[in-house]
Design a protein around this ligand. Structure first.
Ligand code: SF4
Length: 233
């Protein structure tokens, strides 16, 4: 499905981006949650998780938030937990990752033309960030999108989808989230939606390997990273 006619910024105030602060504590609930975790998990990252991947990506992948025992432990998005299994395996199958698994931040994994970030940089209780937390962290996503200028963005889940739209000043209500939907936000980028590759979604078969492979392939093709039927330009 392709949705055309995007007008980023229409009707709204242009978002102001900010350079990511790795020591950010703007969200009191999340900062307190991190402080609480330090008492039990001394070896964990337990801080805002920076983006990972190519410094000049054509494709930016946006997830929800760090998992407690995944990115919050290792300090790298989708690394060390179930959610990253399908993501990195798919990227490797498409030639966009140097290895099929992301184990820890020191494993030497490299991404080619791809960067991975999250709508919310700090692990939230129950994997559920509040709207005000997504809103606060959006300034970092705005800056990433402005400074990186990817040709395509892959949003993993509805929260990421709405965060991406908000980050460029587009009205989320104009673009419905749907798995495999492609939203033409030209001249900014093409936005591709996918169900999140979470344990719940994959184990319930809401998201199959084939479904995810197709969505990532579509985004990579729109980014010009692999051959495909669509080009963002
Ligand atoms: S979620 Fe984002 S804005 Fe909130 S404290 Fe963490 S890094 Fe800062």
């Amino acid at each position: 499905m392709r949705v055309a006619g995007a007008e980023p910024g229409q009707g709204g105030v242009r978002p102001v981006g900010e350079v990511f602060d790795p020591a950010c504590r703007r969200c009191p609930r999340l900062a307190a949650w991190l402080d609480c975790g330090r008492a039990k998990h001394s070896g964990y990252h337990l801080a805002p998780v920076p983006a990972f991947g190519d410094a000049a990506p054509r494709l930016l992948i946006v997830g929800l938030a760090p998992g407690f025992h995944g990115a919050n432990r290792t300090g790298r998005p989708f690394t060390g937990d179930h959610a990253g299994i399908l993501l990195y395996r798919t990227l490797h199958a498409l030639g966009l990752a140097s290895a099929p698994a992301s184990i820890d931040a020191g494993d030497g994994l490299r991404l080619h033309g791809v960067r991975i970030t999250n709508a919310v940089r700090c692990v939230p209780p129950a994997n559920a960030p509040r709207p005000d937390e997504v809103h606060r962290c959006n300034a970092y996503l705005t800056h990433e999108l402005e400074s990186l200028s990817p040709r395509a963005v892959l949003a993993l889940g509805q929260v990421a989808h709405r965060a991406v739209l908000r980050a460029i000043g587009a009205r989320p209500s104009r673009f419905d989230f749907a798995h495999a939907a492609v939203h033409d936000l030209s001249p900014v980028f093409a936005l591709v939606d996918s169900y999140h590759c979470s344990r719940y979604n994959t184990q319930t078969r809401r998201l199959t390997d084939d479904m995810f492979h197709a969505a990532v392939s579509r985004a990579a093709a729109l980014a010009g990273l692999i051959p495909g039927d669509g080009d963002a330009d």
